[in-house]
Ligand binder design. Structure first.
Ligand SMILES: Nc1nc2c(c(=O)[nH]1)N[C@H]1C(S)=C(S)[C@@H](COP(=O)(O)OP(=O)(O)OC[C@H]3O[C@@H](n4cnc5c(=O)[nH]c(N)nc54)[C@H](O)[C@@H]3O)O[C@H]1N2
Ligand SMILES: Nc1nc2c(c(=O)[nH]1)N[C@H]1C(S)=C(S)[C@@H](COP(=O)(O)OP(=O)(O)OC[C@H]3O[C@@H](n4cnc5c(=O)[nH]c(N)nc54)[C@H](O)[C@@H]3O)O[C@H]1N2
Ligand SMILES: [Mo]
Length: 765
């Protein structure tokens, strides 16, 4: 076996075209068709009995929390199943009865498997036994848990510094698993804890922290029901947070107005048929967005600034447009903002944002009169160079209107993964939290490292530069989720050992370090039985509510373990039982983990009891109107620059988005029903006039190229689809286009890759 041995693995997989079909985009989301689709996926993957049993328990107080998005459950869940089409798909995907183990990997090498697409890889099903890819081999082979633990301990011990180890987390893990994982990294001596949220809502965390003093949203689910205006910006709830549509429907029925701000007119925001009511099956559905502002990609600041200028002008006349009492009591920076607004040219802002004056007039008139305003947002705001500033500009609007810390008003960053917020709360973070460190020392009995660790971008760089050697992942698909796939692949391949705690096969299992471990774990829906006792975990939803989740399905195999078990046993073997934390007992008994969380993490309290049923809310200073930790003890208005992109004449602004049939890098199917795309993912949405200008026709094949710092990156073979998208903007799916995102271009301060505004050119092939 030679140490120069290199596996010939593909990072792109098969790029052949299928017979892509295009129809008109749908106007209506969900309805009977949504339920039919949900059941179709469920029945196909896990059979009728298993599907119905699981679907009826999903998001119910005694059941398990949906593994898909982080949208909260209502206090009184509906009697009918509290699920959506995409939650059902996530469940079917996790609880599938297709399984792969040693025989499968004996037959298929990692080199051969890497030629397949993400869709094909995922379809193989659940991984059902621990596997190892030894140095010099291209086949995974079985390994016992004991042997795997010894191998990990040995590699950790070989490191010259604990900072040569990196611990990535994806947001599906429980609070219990994430807590143990974060504490193991610290006990080893590193804060190298990149997290999927670095690529996701990190810009929201930074912006909210700077302006309001907490990196989380301020509203509760019920606040949406009687809001007067809900702004949905940079988010596609019909696909990514379908249960949010029920809340918007309630808001509309109570007389609220919904404004959508998005380059695309996403179906769920046009009309929604709620499958939980009879009318959702037979009626005409509820129109959701009252007005749609088709902003150009990354021009939200231009748009909101223009709206603020217009509101300020009205306020100067009548004084009751902005909430001056609220501003005087709670807000810092008002005068500076008003001055700054005067320095902008309204015409230039109008041209830049791309929205018509008539539409802006309507929105200004509406906002002038209303004060119960909620802003909801997701990746359309966060994944830009100025992601933090985008969000701060929307917060300016809320602060001027006094729409913060009051019922039916406030901030709603709509989280991605089902427990991404909880993982962060219980200690997955690359930065140092002094207070947390003190509590760790006091209650867990060891001194955690005081040096900041790597986030996602820094982790990629460290591996690329051979500064890190062991890369462990608690879930996720780092290779395909991170930017710059080619660069990230090289980075990962530089490691001596990569470890994946996973449920299903993905490309990060195939493009690995010299040695690799694949450790299979339970999904959220599965029964976690230990010594005859049924265990449950806890999760935190998008609105800061902590609840229990208890699986009910038979696990995929008797050889897989729970995430806390895997982490605790690894730590126990590494420390040889000599550490201030009793890892073995913690792994066995989650109640002990929750006790430690209560002691160490501020805000968690009596979790064992309080997480039952509807669960409990973690403290939130914005809800209390307490800004004492911020400068002058006040919420901060900020001045945010209008971005200037200066595209060359042949350049377009590309956003990388999700289709309806995927969960991040997991591809459930090949359709994007709401946008009218069937049987294919290698497509580019483009304005018909832009197509005409460069003589491109529907289904023409192009290569997409980005060029940053003289490095040319190309995504090959995409078909052009004419679409209603602003001129100069184009859209394509993630993760196929991640090869184009430069690893060293990311949001200021949050370091979120610029996945929604990449300058590219198109070449017809
Ligand atoms: N079914 C399903 N559910 C999911 C996921 C999934 O993949 N599948 N992923 C989960 C995760 S981790 C996350 S983070 C969320 C993601 O949820 P979303 O953020 O809704 O997902 P994206 O597809 O990235 O959509 C971004 C939206 O922003 C718009 N947009 C892009 N650029 C701009 C801009 O500059 N300004 C404005 N105003 N809008 C813009 C796009 O047109 C698109 O509608 O969903 C979560 N839920
Ligand atoms: N270009 C571009 N890139 C993006 C984005 C974008 O919009 N555009 N979005 C970014 C965002 S918002 C996010 S959150 C990241 C997502 O990044 P990740 O969280 O890393 O990616 P996922 O695709 O969600 O991970 C899927 C894998 O997780 C494993 N898994 C599933 N369930 C479980 C479980 O219960 N336990 C364990 N241990 N493993 C499990 C399975 O093996 C599956 O293959 O991607 C980011 N990347
Ligand atoms: Mo995300």
């Amino acid at each position: 076996m030679s140490s120069n041995f290199k596996r010939n693995v593909s990072i792109r997989g098969n790029q052949e075209f299928l017979d892509i079909k295009v129809k008109e985009p749908l106007q209506v989301a969900a309805g009977a068709l949504g339920v039919k689709e949900a059941l179709r996926h469920g029945f196909k993957e896990m059979g009728v009995v298993r599907s119905m049993k699981a679907l009826l328990e999903m998001n119910q107080p005694e059941g398990f929390s949906c593994p898909s998005c982080a949208w909260p459950d209502p206090e009184k869940p509906s009697k009918m199943a509290e699920y959506c089409e995409n939650g059902a798909k996530a469940l079917a995907d996790e609880a599938t009865t297709s399984h792969i183990g040693a025989d499968f990997f004996k037959k298929h090498s990692v080199e051969d498997l890497s030629m397949l697409t993400e869709y094909e890889l995922n379809k193989f099903g659940r991984i059902v036994e621990p596997l190892v890819l030894r140095e010099g081999s291209i086949h995974y082979e079985p390994i016992t848990w004991e042997e795997a633990n010894l191998l990990m301990a040995e590699e950790f011990r070989k490191l010259e510094s604990p900072d040569e180890a990196i611990f990535y987390t994806s947001g599906r893990s429980s609070n219990e698993a994430a807590f143990l994982y974060g504490m193991f990294a610290r006990a080893l001596g590193t804060n190298n804890m990149p997290d999927c949220s670095n690529m996701c809502h990190e810009s929201s965390g930074v912006a909210l922290g700077e302006t309001l003093g907490i990196g989380k949203g301020s509203i509760k689910l019920e606040d949406l029901y009687e809001a007067e205006v809900v702004i949905v910006a940079g988010q596609n709830p019909g696909t990514n947070h379908p249960r949010m549509l029920s809340a918007l429907e309630k808001c509309k029925q109570n007389g609220g107005k919904v404004i959508s701000i998005n380059p695309l007119k996403e179906s769920g925001l046009v009309n929604f048929k709620n499958p939980q009511h009879l009318s959702g099956w037979v009626g005409s559905g509820q129109d959701i967005a009252d007005i749609h502002l088709p902003v150009r990609i990354n021009q939200d600041i231009a748009l909101i600034k223009l709206i603020l200028i217009r509101l300020a002008a009205l306020d100067a006349h009548s004084e009751d447009v902005f909430d001056h009492q609220f501003i005087a009591s709670y807000v810092d920076g008002y005068e500076t903002l008003i001055q700054d607004l005067k320095s902008h040219d309204e015409k230039a802002l109008l041209a830049q944002c791309g929205v018509s004056k008539e539409k802006i007039d309507v929105v200004v008139a509406l906002l002038a009169k209303k004060s119960k305003i909620v802003v909801c947002w997701a990746m359309g705001l966060t994944q830009h160079k100025n992601g933090v500033e985008n969000i701060r500009e929307y917060i300016n609007l809320l602060l001027l209107k006094g729409a913060i810390g009051k019922p039916n008003a406030g901030t709603c960053p709509v989280r991605g993964h089902s427990n991404v917020q909880g993982d962060r709360s219980v200690g997955i973070m690359h930065f140092v939290n002094e207070e947390l460190n003190q509590r760790i020392e006091k209650y867990l009995g060891f001194v955690p490292p005081a040096k900041e660790g790597y986030d996602v971008v820094e982790a990629m760089k460290a591996m690329y530069e051979h500064k890190a050697k062991v890369f462990m992942c608690l879930g996720g698909n780092f290779l395909m989720a991170a930017s710059d796939t080619e660069y990230t692949a090289k980075a990962i391949q530089n490691c001596s050992l990569t470890i994946q705690i996973s449920t299903k096969l993905n490309r990060t299992h195939l493009v690995t370090g010299k040695k690799a471990l694949l450790l299979p774990t339970f999904g959220r829906s599965e029964k976690d039985l230990k010594k005859g006792k049924l265990r449950h975990i806890t999760v935190e939803n998008s609105m800061g509510q902590v609840r229990q989740s208890r699986g009910l399905l038979q696990p995929a195999s008797e050889y897989i373990k729970s995430e806390p078990d895997i982490i605790a046993e690894m730590a126990h073997v590494f420390f040889e039982g000599k550490h201030s934390m009793d890892w073995k007992s913690l792994g066995e008994n989650y109640e002990l983990i929750r006790e430690k969380i209560d002691l160490v993490v501020k805000g968690f309290n009596d979790t064992e009891k309080r997480s039952k049923g509807a669960g409990y809310y973690l403290p939130n200073n914005v809800r209390e109107l307490d800004f004492s930790k911020l400068p002058n003890g006040k919420a901060q208005i900020t001045i945010n620059k209008v971005p200037q992109h200066r595209l060359k004449s042949d350049e377009y602004m590309l956003m990388t988005i999700r289709s309806h049939d995927q969960f991040n890098t997991t591809i459930y199917g090949l359709d994007d029903r709401y946008r009218g795309i069937y049987n294919g993912r290698r497509i580019v949405f483009m304005h018909p006039e832009d197509m005409k200008a460069v003589q491109l026709s529907k289904f023409d094949v192009v290569n997409i190229t980005s060029s940053y710092d003289d490095i040319v990156r190309t995504a090959f073979q995409f078909k052009i689809i004419p679409y209603d998208i602003p001129r100069g903007d184009i859209a394509a799916y993630f993760p196929e286009t991640n090869v184009l995102v430069p690893h060293n271009h990311f949001a200021d301060r949050s370091k979120t890759p610029i996945s929604k505004s990449i300058k590219v050119t198109l070449t017809k092939v």
